[in-house]
Design a protein around this ligand. Structure first.
Ligand code: SF4
Length: 340
């Protein structure tokens, strides 16, 4: 078993919502993350999937401290065998570990400063975090540019001179330059054309092999998730409702929400017809979540128990966790029409 890199423990994020009619009232709050807990192992890719608004991007941002969590811990296992709460680090202690956890954003057009040359963009984290000579910086930038497939002779150009795929390579080079152990990729290939997507996915996989990086890969595209992941966590309304090894989750989903998401994944064999499960009704309002299981208004398998009691995320063996009262009873359809 690989070593643990991160323990996310009961992470919560609430937003206060102001309304002109609530001048004398306490502002309402929306809970975007609700007691999210999971472990992350060194060298793995854990994907986080779910519909828009499920909280997956907020989760990624809270982990890297791009956004403050309301409560909870992100316990980071350091290389010397220690363990610290990354969210409570301050000053020098934070700066020391900050470079080990990086993020790549969805939009390579807005995530790179148009006023900086590509060389300056890639070298900026080095200059901020390390004391290096000019030639050492140049050596490292050249090395990472080569590893990420960038043409070294173009590094003095500005981002506007590059295509979307090349810009995402620049963003990856920038995130790698400080030698991170974890990269959170937030919809990192969503804005790219299909052929470029494949190139960037292959690049991320190659770099993981070479540099032993761990990824949290946030995506709504399950075909890509199937290709890149070791494990997958499915989020619904701010909670993890299923977490398992990628093959197990795709072949034998145990949560009806996962089954519905998987029904949208195209089959590789065109002769296999697939009935897509269309979830009835709206995505529930996080400011006023449904009683019991938050998925019950859209679940075809719900019972009275589901309306009254909220299921907890429980282990059903083989590293498979599910939050459904009937996880062991339902016969759900996975990809390739395998049934449990
Ligand atoms: Fe559906 Fe009930 Fe399971 Fe929730 S607990 S997913 S409503 S069967």
């Amino acid at each position: 078993m690989a070593k643990r890199l991160l323990d996310v423990v009961n992470l919560n994020k609430e937003f206060q919502v102001k309304s002109d009619k609530t001048f004398f009232r306490k502002p309402a709050s929306i809970r975007v993350l609700s007691d999210v807990s999971f472990e992350l192992y060194e060298g793995e890719t854990l994907s986080i999937v779910g519909e828009s608004g499920c909280g997956k991007t907020t989760l990624g941002r809270c982990i890297v401290r791009g956004m403050n969590a309301t409560s909870g811990q992100v316990l980071y296992h350091t290389e010397d065998g220690g363990r610290v709460d990354f969210l409570s680090l301050r000053g020098k202690d934070f700066k020391k570990l900050r470079k080990e956890i990086q993020m790549i954003f969805q939009d390579p057009y807005s995530s790179l400063s148009p006023r900086m040359s590509v060389y300056d963009i890639i070298s900026e984290p080095l200059l901020a975090n390390f004391k290096l000579s000019k030639s050492e910086v140049e050596e490292k930038v050249t090395d990472i540019a080569q590893k990420t497939g960038l043409n070294v002779s173009y590094l003095r150009r500005y981002p506007h001179a590059f295509s979307g795929g090349q810009r995402q390579r620049i963003a990856i080079a920038r995130s790698l330059i400080s030698n991170p152990r974890l990269i959170v990729c937030d919809e990192a290939v969503s804005a790219l054309d299909v052929s470029i997507k494949a190139q960037i996915i292959n690049l991320l996989k190659d770099l993981q092999q070479q540099l032993q990086i761990t990824y949290i890969f946030i995506s709504h595209d399950l075909s890509i998730v199937q290709n890149i992941s070791d494990r997958v966590a499915v989020m619904h309304l701010g909670k993890i409702v299923e977490l398992a090894h990628v093959e197990l989750l795709f072949k034998q989903p145990k949560h009806p929400y996962t089954e519905a998401l998987l029904s949208a994944v195209p089959e590789p064999d065109p002769d296999l017809k697939k009935d897509r499960i269309i979830l009835e009704g709206e995505v529930p309002n996080p400011a006023n979540p449904p009683s019991g299981c938050h998925f019950h208004p859209r679940c075809a398998y719900k019972t009275d128990l589901c309306v009254k009691k909220e299921p907890e995320l429980m282990s059903i063996g083989d590293g498979h966790y599910v939050a459904c009262h009937y996880a062991n009873d339902l016969k759900l359809r996975g990809v390739n029409h395998d049934e449990s």
